[in-house]
Design a protein around this ligand. Sequence first.
Ligand code: TXA
Ligand code: MG
Length: 356
Amino acid sequence: MSLGKRTKYLKINPRVPEINKIRMAAKILTRGGVVAFPTETVYGLGANALDRRAVSRIFRAKGRPADNPLIVHVASFRDVKELVAYLPPKANLLMRYFWPGPLTLILPRSDIVPDIVTAGLDTVGIRMPSHPIARALIRVSHLPIAAPSANISGRPSPTTGHHVLKDLRGKVDAVVDGGPSVVGVESTVLDLTSPVPTILRPGGITYEELKKILGDVAIDPAILGQENLRPKAPGMKYKHYAPKGEVFLIAGELSKVVVKIRSLVKNLQEKGLRVAVLATEETANFYNSEPRPDYLEVIGSRRSPATIASNLFAALRNCDRKHIDAILAETIPEEGIGLAVMNRLRKSAANRIIKA
Ligand code: TXA
Ligand code: MG
């Protein structure tokens, strides 16, 4: 199967996936093709995890560095067995509590997992997505599916079929469009091969939720904004989630943040730049008078940080559509899903943080 000029577009009902269309997408996968599909977190770009040639097509389509391992997606607990050398006791507990859902477990790998999937590591990341289309696709293809986020490497992750087409049309065999991803940030990556389970990437399952079940959970210090440390998840070291405009985070007490952003809008516009503000429902009105940003995006409500997570990547991509040069983003508390939101924002801003 060639990485053709043609990309098949399949619109599928996310609540009741049409089985004939699922079969079409599954057939492309069993023949070694690459298919983008929705999950509850973000869209994934999938291939047969046990076929190294198919997996190499994922890397090529995304322009992904070879040292960045892929997550393998499964549809049943039984699928996990053949992929791992053994299951640490905590794995069963976590799988029962959080699967299907946005939690990836880093486990000791078995020999059948190709090196290209794990980037040569002796561990493999496995997750069971909850999205009905993702589940149907895995079940009907009878395959473990390796899938990174379905964006060009470095760009914001895609949360709609349209985002995927924008990045990968002509580079992949098919795009399954199942509407917007609800969680909006990727899965939490949890390392179970260290003495204390360690979050390598914050995501859809929160630190607080994991702590309730596990008691003891660590967070890789490299992801808490210390640039000098080397993160344990290879993917966390790359430039990431970057729209074309430069992102700046404005931190501090909220009323001061608003004042600071308004003065930055003025300064930057005077330099001839197009400026966007990423605001929240609680603050949006303060940006509706002069100096008015060229684009105002209300990402969600501070009372419900999940709404912010859900819209975050689309907001960054919208700024590109509006040809924005500078994006000024408010910060939110790093609690619950806020930890993942701030991790993605910090990365998209390459740590450009302005204190208000
Ligand atoms: O929600 C998600 O996780 C989405 C959907 C499609 O499932 N997938 C996703 O994959 O975000 P990707 O490839 O964009 O990010 C995977 C992250 C990377 O930071 C990678 O380095 C890390 O997980 N990772 C994968 N396998 C690993 C391993 N064996 N050890 C350490 N980190 C690993
Ligand atoms: Mg990614």
